[in-house]
Design a protein around this ligand. Structure first.
Ligand SMILES: [Zn+2]
Length: 206
């Protein structure tokens, strides 16, 4: 499941393959040119690529956010590992987390799929927030103030005047909503914090 979601997420982004750059001769020190993305033969995007050294590629491009263009200009480290058949093969070191990867994806900055996974994680967090809101609403309708962490659904007493059948349905629905709000919340926050910490350290050391 996580795999399919990751695929969907990364398919939406423009990617940069170190192998393709290498084949195009763009990793030779001193190279200065551009990489283009094409769809049906038409150029749909381009960035400037400058190879400052064997281990440092500089990327320059514009991103437009809310109608404002911004120039991005930063180096991406490259590392080389020996191949079985001789020679060396290049890898990006993700500018966001430092992982060794073959592909980077463009959001506003280029980052690896692990870093983009953050996006997926925050979408899940939004779903969780919505479940938490729905939980509070259902609880209010059962005359039980508080959120999904206050008391378990099965311990909520039936409000006076409510039919047992209605009460039973609401408790059943509440259990489902609470479960959705609780799913891996702890693990999720820990992973987001870890990723943000790594990203922050990577930028702070530039
Ligand atoms: Zn990364």
């Amino acid at each position: 499941m996580g795999r399919a979601k990751e695929k969907n997420a990364t398919a939406d982004y423009r990617s940069l393959s170190i192998v393709a750059l290498h084949r195009a001769g763009m990793l030779r020190a001193g190279y200065d040119g551009s990489w283009e993305w094409k769809r049906r033969g038409e150029v749909v995007g381009a960035i400037d690529v400058e190879s400052e050294s064997q281990t440092r590629l500089r990327l320059r491009y514009r991103v437009t956010t809310k109608g404002e263009a911004e120039l991005k200009d930063y180096p991406v480290p490259i590392t080389w590992t020996p191949c079985h058949l001789g020679g060396n093969r290049p890898w990006f070191l993700c500018p966001c987390c430092g992982r060794r990867v073959a592909k980077l994806y463009l959001r506003r900055v280029f980052a690896c799929r692990h870093c983009l996974h953050l996006n997926y994680a925050s979408q899940q967090a939004n779903k969780r927030d919505r479940a938490a809101d729905l939980s509070s609403k259902l609880r209010r309708s059962l005359s039980c103030p508080g959120g999904y962490l206050s008391i378990p659904a099965e311990l909520i007493p039936k409000p006076k005047g409510m039919h047992w059948r209605t009460f039973g349905q609401k408790v059943k629905q509440l259990k489902r909503v609470d479960a959705r709000a609780l799913v891996d919340a702890g693990a999720l926050f820990a992973s987001i914090e870890r990723s943000l910490g790594q990203a922050y350290r990577a930028f702070a050391s530039v």
